[in-house]
Write a new protein. Structure first.
Length: 167
């Protein structure tokens, strides 16, 4: 998969990703219209499905709101690459179906770089340069592939109900 990189620095907090005044919105598509508003105003109108967000250290710090990863997901972003993540953002990202990828060399990825992800092989390329990424736990990938924790749990419940009814 080839993507375009949207580069941000260290300590990008959830208010930078989605300003607090938009927390009355809960739909990811509505939130996406305001992603990085006031931080990088060209993001929301220009981001394309499949683009990746690249951050430095402590990406997603700040409040524990799920609105931040939802806004990115609604914008068509499936992967966020950073050298480190705030713990609550990392879990919220997985819960909504967004995959956080830890790449200790994320700072070397330039804004607008062509990024290819080879998640199963543990690396990505950015403008042809090969950079290692930490493995994504299979369970996290399964949750993301289901669309997030709620759809994942719903699918499990449907399987359990179906299996129980056959007994």
């Amino acid at each position: 998969m080839t993507s375009r990189a949207w580069k941000f620095g260290d300590d990008i907090d959830t208010d930078a990703i989605i300003p607090g005044r938009f927390l009355i919105l809960n739909d990811e598509k509505d939130l996406a219209k305001h992603a990085f508003e006031g931080t990088r105003d060209d993001f929301a109108p220009s981001v394309c499905k499949g683009d990746v967000v690249v951050g430095g250290s402590n990406f997603g710090c700040g409040s524990s709101r799920e609105h931040a990863p939802l806004a990115l997901k609604g914008a068509g972003v499936r992967y966020v690459i950073a050298s480190s993540f705030a713990r609550i953002f990392y879990r919220n990202a997985i819960n909504v179906g967004l995959i956080p990828l830890i790449c200790h060399e994320a700072g070397s990825i330039r804004d607008g770089a062509v990024v290819e992800l080879f998640i199963a092989d543990g690396y990505l390329t950015a403008d042809g340069d090969r950079l290692s990424i930490e493995p994504v736990p299979e369970f996290f990938q399964t949750i993301a592939d289901a669309g997030g924790l709620v759809p994942y749990a719903r699918d499990l419940t449907e399987v359990e109900v179906c299996t129980a009814s056959r007994r």
